[in-house]
Design a protein around this ligand. Structure first.
Ligand code: AMP
Length: 284
């Protein structure tokens, strides 16, 4: 496994792989790797011949007062995990390598970024799409692997790739969960034992949504009210949003129909946690 700190090194390795006819898979991450990340790597290994993982805590996607400084950076552990999962190349740049000159160019996907997490994290998605555009230009992958865990992020990046005619495929992989249903996340580390237990209510509320839709209920407000009751069982949970939206446009749905995304964002103590489920009512 090669570890590159510079853009030039990445270009050299990927150019070599491409000239040997290898299909390049790319998994962008912020590190603190866990089974959610490795599920993307493992999927990439199945489809591709050369897997690149980036480990970069991207400053431009964190707002003032967010957790940029304290975001975990266990780089040695991450490299070990990558090695164990047969990654070919890790790109682990310093911020000055990615943002050498102060960026005057930003990539901004309209509309889709104004909803859900975009409301409470202004500028967040612009940071995400800008760093992804830069990383995609550096790595030039055939396939990019993203997690359904960050559903809005995947939708926004897919749209950027389509709108800017970037020549790559986006594959979105299922959310990996702990045994009790909590979506695996680097930010779960911020939780105390009690908060970690309370956090299981997030997935319970999503399961309630699924049950209600399965039983034929189509009134979103009715479902959201039941989900709210579940999350309000503990005082530690502060609800940021519970939304039932069209899975393509992210517009709120009063009546559930077609492919719907139910998305939740909460604060528990020091952590902001998000989760979602995707339901295709056409297939029920
Ligand atoms: P992050 O390091 O949090 O920026 O995440 C990097 C990639 O891993 C993103 O595409 C995430 O959606 C994906 N990811 C994070 N957690 C999970 C999970 N529990 N299941 C599946 N994918 C995940």
């Amino acid at each position: 496994m090669q570890v590159a700190k510079t853009i030039e090194e990445v270009r050299r390795h990927t150019k070599g792989a491409r000239s040997r006819g290898k299909k390049i898979g790319f998994v962008p991450t912020m590190g603190a790797l866990h089974v959610g990340h490795t599920s993307l790597i493992d999927r990439g290994i199945m489809d591709c011949d050369f897997i690149v993982v980036s480990i970069f805590v991207n400053p431009t996607q964190f707002g003032p007062g967010e957790d940029f400084k304290k975001y975990p950076r266990p780089v040695d552990d991450d490299l070990k995990i990558c090695e164990e999962h047969n990654v070919d190349l890790v790109f682990n740049p310093e911020p000055q390598e990615m943002y050498a000159a102060k960026n005057l160019t930003w990539v901004n996907v309209e509309k889709l970024t104004e909803l859900l997490c975009g409301r409470s994290r202004p500028g967040h998605f612009q940071g995400v799409t800008t760093v992804c555009a830069k990383l995609f230009n550096i790595v030039q992958p055939d396939i990019v692997y993203l997690g359904q865990k960050d559903a809005q992020q995947a939708i926004v990046i897919r749209r950027m790739v389509a709108d800017l005619n970037m020549p790559m495929e986006i594959v979105v992989c299922p959310t990996i969960r702990e045994a009790d249903g909590l979506a695996v996340s680097s930010r779960n580390k911020y939780l105390s034992e009690k908060q970690r237990k309370d956090a299981t209510l997030i997935y319970k509320s999503l399961q309630k949504c699924r049950e209600m839709i399965d039983s034929g209920i189509r009134d979103s407000q009715k479902i959201i009210a039941e989900m709210r009751k579940i999350l309000q069982q503990v005082p530690s949970i502060e609800i940021e949003y519970i939304s039932i939206v069209d899975a393509d446009t992210l517009q709120n749905l009063d009546q559930i129909t077609g492919r719907v995304l139910t998305a939740v964002a909460v604060r528990i103590g020091p952590a902001r946690l998000i989760d979602n489920i995707l339901i295709d009512t056409g297939k029920l």
